[in-house]
Design a protein. Structure first.
Length: 264
């Protein structure tokens, strides 16, 4: 395996970290996935991000994670992380030959606020003004599908509750209400969350799924009955306290992979 780290802009700390399969062992192409981790827009849990990327690598993907900009680096923060995700997807497509990437199968998986970034990206990938901001084209950045894991979607659904935190994210909450921006050009969307999430209310996932279905977007939704926020793989690899290795919830990874195969 080859590990690469790629800066996304000269004036930003954002980068894309990749875990590439050894080209000496296989000259074929592989699907690719970008993990967009959580971290409350203040940091990313890099070990968890790497564990998630490696879990997909083990399933035959060229896997990456995005270190996006944080609130102390740009105010208000959004849409900078969404733009950085677009730059990351474009980077994969531009380097597809070198990195053995099947450009028809580029996916994005967001977790918590990373799910917020991913949901907004899903809403905006085709938008002319957004692409002008990212210096990309819709062709370069269109993913095949997205996965949203216990996502933040809109401040209207109970997170964040702190006005100062929200102000550090945006000067216009309506612009970051991802459920209100869903449209018929959104790509296929897989969503999972837990019903008892104490931090990001499950209503976030429900509202995005409802908006996606209303716009005739291929959508799959799984709500697991128990589990705290931030479960990641929901197994011993990413367990961060007792009760965060939950075998039932850990099925989300198999379900998501099966769903991706069904899209072909």
């Amino acid at each position: 395996m080859k590990t690469i780290t790629l800066p996304l802009a000269p004036d930003s700390k954002a980068y894309l970290q990749g875990y590439l399969r050894d080209p000496a062992e296989d000259t074929g192409t592989y699907p690719a996935i970008i993990i967009v981790p959580g971290g409350n827009y203040t940091h990313i849990p890099e070990q968890q991000a790497e564990d998630l990327a490696l879990a997909w690598s083990a399933r035959g993907y060229q896997a990456f994670f995005l270190r996006y900009s944080f609130v102390d680096e740009q105010t208000p923060l959004l849409p900078a992380p969404v733009v950085e995700l677009a730059k990351g997807v474009a980077l994969l497509r531009r380097n597809a030959d070198n990195w053995q990437i099947d450009t028809e199968h580029i996916f994005v998986a967001g977790f918590s606020v990373g799910g917020h970034i991913t949901a907004l990206f899903n809403d905006l990938w085709h938008d002319e003004a957004f692409n002008k901001l990212a210096r990309t084209t819709p062709y370069e950045i269109k993913p095949r599908a997205v996965i949203l894991s216990y996502p933040v979607i809109t401040p209207a659904d109970g997170y964040p509750t702190d006005a100062a935190m929200l102000a550090s994210w945006t000067d216009d909450p309506a612009k970051i209400a991802a459920d209100k921006l869903v449209n018929s050009r959104n790509v296929a969307t897989f969503i999972w969350a837990t019903a008892e999430d104490p931090l990001v209310p499950v209503q976030n996932a429900l509202d995005y799924a409802q908006a996606s279905i209303a716009n005739h977007v291929d959508t799959e939704l799984h709500i697991f009955h128990q589990g705290p926020h931030g479960l990641a793989l929901a197994n011993q690899v990413t367990a961060w306290k007792p009760g965060t290795a939950l075998p039932h919830v850990a099925h989300w990874l198999n379900l998501a992979e099966e769903w991706l195969h069904e899209l072909d």
